[in-house]
Design a binder for this molecule. Structure first.
Ligand code: F6R
Length: 605
C-alpha cells in the first residue's frame, strides 16, 4: 500500500513522477504529493487530498525539477488530508521523505528524541524525517550517517520503503527498505526508484533489487548499495519484459470489466504456455521437491485465499497429497501442527502481500520448500520462494481481483496434473486438462458475451438491498465466498458467502423481504440440497437467484453456465458473480476500479 516513485538525472522529473504515480495509484489513492528540485536552488512541494488527478491539476508550469520524489497514499496513521500526505518534511524544510509501511516504534522515538519538535502531521513518517534532521543539525552528522542511525533505531518489526531527499544534495535520493517493496530503475543519464517495475516501465526496463536492511544512494549516473552495517554490496541489474500498453483501458469504462472479459484469453494463454502438447510443462526440480511432500499448505489472502480453496480439492483429487488452505495473516501467528515434510504454495497476484510474506519469511527460516504462484515476476514473494510459477494474466489494475483468481486456479490445476502424473496417479493421467481449459475459455466468453442480461439482473435485484447472500456447498461454497467478496468490496452491499446447509443454524434470521440469496449450483451431489436451502430462504421472503451448470438447470433458473469438469467449475461459476458485482457498483455510480478504503497491494500486516 502506498506507492513511491523517485527520479534524478538529466530528465524533467515532474512528468515522470506524475506518470509513475498514475501507474501506482492502485496501491492507494486517498492523497498524493511530490517534492521536486531543479538542482539550481529552487524546489517545490505540492500535496493534495484525493486522487493523482487532483495533484496534477495543482501543478503549474513553473514547477520544474531534475530530481524528485512522489507518493500516493493509503492512510495508516492519520486521516487522509493534505497535511498527512507525503512527502513529509523536517521543520527546517531541508529533508523530504516518502514512506510506505508502518514504523512500529514511532511514538517511542518521538518521546525519546523529539519532545521539543512541533509536529504538523499525525504520521509515523514525519518522526523519521524529523529525526534525520535532528541528527544532522544537532549532532553535525552527515546525511547518510544520520539516516543510517535512524534506520538502526527503527524497530525491526517495522515495515518501510523510504525515498528521501536532502535539498542540500539535490541530485541524490536516499533509499532504504524493510519488508515493503521497492526497486531501483536504471536509465540513460538518470536513475529511478519505484514501488514496482510498472511505475518505471515507460522510462526503463532495467532494474536492480534492493534487499531488506540496505541503504541505497541513487545519483544520476551511479547507484551504490550498502548494508546497515556499512558493507558495500554489488548487484547485477535484471531486465523485465513488460508490455506497458497492456495497462491501457482501451474502450472499456473501467478496468474491472476489461479484466473480466480478458479471462477467456488468459485461459488460452495458459494452455499455450503450460500445456502446449497436453502434458504440463513444469520445472522438474519443482516437481521433484513436491514429490517429497506429505502435505501441501496453500497460503493466501482475500481472493488468493479463495483461489486456494478451489485449488485444494484439485490437488487432493489429482495428486493424492493432503492439502490445506490457510489465510496468511492467521497462519503467520497461529498455525496447525505441521506435517513432517511440508511444502508451501503461496498464492499472490501481486507477490507483495505483507501477511503472506510474513509466512514465507518463517518458512524460509525453517528451510521448508516453497513455491509462489503469482502474476508479477521478480516480486518479493517470487524472489524469496524457492520456485515461481507465473499466472500470465497480464497487469490487473482494478482493485477487485478477477482474472488473477481464475488464472491462479488454472495454474493450480496445471501443477496438480503435472505432479499427479509424476506420481503416476491415474486420475491425473486421464484428466483432459488442455481440452477442459479450452472449453472453459469458450464458456467464459459465452458468459461475458451475455453481459447485458446480467446487468439487468443486477439492476433488478441488487441495486437497493443492504444485504445479500451467496450460498453453495463444497466447492460452490468456496466460490460463494469469492462472489460475496466481489459484491461487497465494490458495491458496498453487505454480502456474505455461506455454506448453504449452515444458513439455517442461525444466519437465516437475517433474511428479510427481498433479501437476495444467490445459490451457486454446479455439483451433482449437492445440487438438490442447495435448491432446498434456497427454498427455505424464499419461504422467509428472500428473492432467490441461481447460477447453475447447464446439466443441472431448471426452467426458472436465473443464470445458466456451460458445463465443465466438476473439479474446475469455479473457473466458470465465478464469472457471472463478477459481472453482477460490476454492474451493481456501476449502477450506483461508484468508482468500480477504486473502491473506498481499499488498495490493491496490501503491504502492511
Ligand atoms: C479482492 C482482492 C484482495 C487480494 C488480497 C491478496 O478483490 O484483490 O482480496 O486478493 O489482498 O492480494 P495478493 O493476491 O496480491 O496477495
Amino acid at each position: 500500500m502506498c506507492g513511491i516513485i523517485g527520479v534524478t538525472g538529466n530528465k524533467r522529473s515532474v512528468s515522470i513522477l506524475i506518470n509513475g504515480l498514475k501507474r501506482l495509484e492502485y496501491r492507494g489513492y486517498d492523497s498524493a504529493g511530490i517534492y521536486v528540485n531543479d538542482m539550481n536552488g529552487h524546489d517545490y512541494l505540492i500535496k493534495r487530498k484525493g486522487r493523482i488527478s487532483n495533484l496534477e491539476a495543482a501543478i503549474n508550469d513553473n514547477v520544474n525539477g531534475m530530481s524528485g520524489i512522489g507518493h500516493t497514499r493509503w492512510a495508516t496513521h492519520g486521516e487522509p488530508n493534505e497535511v498527512n500526505a507525503h512527502p513529509q518534511y523536517s521543520a527546517d524544510e531541508r529533508f523530504y521523505l516518502v514512506h510506505n509501511g508502518v514504523i512500529e516504534n514511532f511514538k517511542q522515538l518521538k518521546q525519546e528524541y523529539l519532545q521539543d519538535v512541533h509536529f504538523k502531521s499525525q504520521t509515523d513518517t514525519e518522526v523519521v524525517v524529523q529525526l534525520v534532521d535532528r541528527f544532522v543539525t544537532k549532532y553535525q552528522m552527515d546525511t547518510k550517517t544520520a539516516l543510517l542511525k535512524v534506520l538502526r533505531l527503527i524497530n525491526p518489526d517495522s515495515s518501510y520503503a523510504f525515498a528521501m531527499m536532502d535539498r542540500e544534495q539535490a541530485d541524490t535520493i536516499y533509499v532504504a527498505k524493510n519488508k515493503s517493496p521497492l526497486l531501483i530503475g536504471l536509465a540513460d543519464g538518470y536513475n529511478m526508484v519505484g514501488s514496482d517495475a510498472m511505475s518505471m516501465i515507460d522510462e526503463t526496463n532495467k532494474f536492480m533489487e534492493i534487499d531488506d536492511h540496505e541503504l541505497v544512494i541513487v545519483k544520476p549516473d551511479h547507484v551504490s548499495i550498502e548494508s546497515f552495517d556499512s558493507n558495500e554490496k554489488h548487484r547485477k541489474p535484471f531486465t523485465v519484459d513488460m508490455d506497458a500498453s497492456a495497462t491501457d483501458k482501451g474502450p472499456y469504462p473501467f478496468y474491472m470489466l476489461k479484466e473480466i472479459d480478458e479471462q477467456s484469453s488468459v485461459m488460452r494463454k495458459l494452455v499455450q504456455h503450460y500445456l502446449p502438447d497436453g502434458d504440463p510443462v513444469i520445472d522438474d526440480d519443482l516437481l521433484a521437491a513436491m514429490m517429497k511432500a506429505d502435505h501441501l499448505y496453500i497460503i493466501g489472502a482475500g481472493t488468493s485465499y479463495h483461489a486456494g480453496l478451489a485449488g485444494q480439492r484439485i490437488f487432493e483429487a489429482l495428486t493424492g497429497i493432503h492439502t490445506s488452505v490457510h489465510i496468511s495473516s492467521e497462519f503467520a501467528y497461529e498455525h496447525p501442527l505441521l506435517s513432517e515434510h511440508p511444502f508451501f504454495i503461496f498464492l499472490s497476484q501481486s507477490g507483495e502481500t505483507a501477511d503472506s510474506r510474513e509466512v514465507l519469511v518463517q518458512v524460509n527460516k525453517h528451510k521448508w520448500p516453497s513455491l509462489t504462484i503469482t502474476n508479477v515476476d521478480k516480486s518479493t514473494l517470487s524472489r524469496e520462494a524457492d520456485y515461481t510459477l507465473l499466472i500470465d494474466a497480464g497487469p490487473e489494475i482494478a482493485v477487485a481481483s478477477t482474472k488473477a483468481y481464475t488464472a491462479q486456479i488454472a495454474v493450480e490445476a496445471i501443477l496438480a496434473k503435472a505432479l499427479g502424473q509424476k506420481k503416476e496417479i491415474s486420475a491425473a493421467e486421464k484428466f483432459p486438462l488442455k481440452s477442459e481449459l479450452s472449453n472453459i475459455a469458450n464458456g467464459i466468453q459465452a458468459i461475458t458475451d451475455g453481459k447485458d442480461k446480467i446487468a439487468a439482473i443486477a439492476a433488478h435485484y441488487l441495486a437497493k438491498p443492504r444485504n445479500a447472500f451467496y450460498i453453495g456447498r463444497g466447492v460452490d461454497w468456496s466460490v460463494a465466498l469469492e462472489a460475496a467478496l466481489k459484491l461487497k468490496e465494490i458495491s458496498y452491499v453487505q454480502s456474505e458467502g455461506f455454506a448453504s446447509g449452515e444458513l439455517k443454524h442461525g444466519t437465516i434470521a437475517l433474511i428479510e423481504n427481498h433479501t437476495p440469496v444467490i445459490g451457486i449450483i454446479t455439483q451433482d451431489r449437492t445440487a438438490g440440497l442447495t435448491r432446498s436451502n434456497l427454498e427455505e430462504t424464499q419461504s422467509r421472503g428472500a428473492a432467490i437467484l441461481t447460477i447453475v451448470s447447464r446439466h443441472l438447470s431448471m426452467d426458472d433458473d436465473t443464470i445458466i453456465i456451460p458445463d465443465v469438469n466438476e473439479l474446475l467449475t469455479p473457473l466458470i461459476s465465478i464469472v457471472p458473480a463478477q459481472l453482477l458485482a460490476y454492474y451493481t457498483s456501476l449502477g450506483k455510480g461508484l468508482d468500480v476500479d477504486k473502491p473506498r478504503n481499499l488498495a490493491k497491494s496490501v503491504t502492511v500486516q
